[in-house]
Design a protein around this ligand. Structure first.
Ligand SMILES: Nc1ncnc2c1ncn2[C@@H]1O[C@H](COP(=O)(O)OP(=O)(O)OP(=O)(O)O)[C@@H](O)[C@H]1O
Ligand SMILES: [Mg+2]
Length: 233
């Protein structure tokens, strides 16, 4: 059955088994949905399946069984080209390790998703500046990553995830390398892109204090949904 109105992502009885000499059941019958404009966090012990889940939500991988809908497209049986089309159209990623290119300045890093789309240079610059302004980092424009703090690098990565206007932002431990002050700055940026830019944000985190600032907390244990809490804002 297709997901209900307002759902931007939905999983139905999703399982993921990794092969190899010994197979691992990373996810086992996961069902939930994410509404447009939601800010959700995924929490759970190490090895419980959080990154596996985020990779499936981000169309980086296919489930072993079950269905995954992204903006009403059932992607469970998509081939690699179709998955990549869905990623380009709908999803921006933020990782724990920032993944910025060292020889490029902040603004050049932010322009990368636009280059991939063949957008001309002057337009790329305008869009990258807009994205930096939203996050409040326009002053970092010509700095290279080695001259930025961890929190600044992660905010450049957030601007890069936003620049091509995806509907959905997925973040895997975005504050995992940061101290508490920088974690707060990055969290504020995520709250801002959710509230002001209207993006749907899904974040994996070990930090319960940050999870408590999101609208929906999805608790995963042993590859299963243990509990979903909806927090009133
Ligand atoms: N590519 C892979 N091949 C085989 N097993 C994998 C692979 N990726 C993850 N696993 C296994 O699947 C299970 C879930 O891993 P996953 O990375 O999703 O956990 P996690 O909740 O993100 O953990 P952490 O909090 O440590 O990041 C683990 O048992 C892990 O060893
Ligand atoms: Mg993980």
């Amino acid at each position: 059955m297709a997901p209900g109105a307002g759902s931007v992502m939905a999983l139905e009885n999703v399982s993921k088994v990794y092969g190899g000499a010994v197979s691992t059941i990373a996810l086992n019958g996961v069902t939930f949905d994410i509404k447009e404009g939601d800010f959700a966090s995924i929490v759970g012990p190490s090895g419980s399946g959080k990154s596996t889940l985020l990779n499936l939500l981000g169309a980086l991988d296919r489930p072993t069984s079950g269905k995954i809908y992204i903006n009403s497209h059932d992607i469970s049986l998509y081939d690699d080209n179709q998955l990549s089309m869905i990623r380009n159209k709908y999803i921006g990623f933020i990782f724990q390790a920032y993944n910025l290119i060292g020889r490029l300045t902040a603004i050049e890093n932010i322009e990368i998703p636009l280059m991939v789309r063949g957008i001309p240079r002057d337009k790329r610059e305008v869009l990258a500046m807009q994205s930096m302004r939203l996050i409040g980092i326009e002053g970092l424009r010509n700095k290279k990553p080695t001259f930025l703090s961890g929190g600044e690098q992660q905010r450049v990565a957030i601007s890069r995830a936003l620049v091509a206007e995806p509907k959905i932002i997925l973040a895997d431990e975005p504050t995992g390398n940061l101290d508490s002050i920088n974690s707060k700055v990055v969290m504020d940026a995520l709250i801002k892109i959710n509230k002001e830019a209207g993006k749907t944000v899904i974040m994996v985190t070990h930090n319960l204090e940050l999870a408590n600032m999101t609208r929906k907390i999805i608790r995963i244990r042993d590859g299963m949904v243990e509990k979903i809490e909806n927090v009133a804002w």
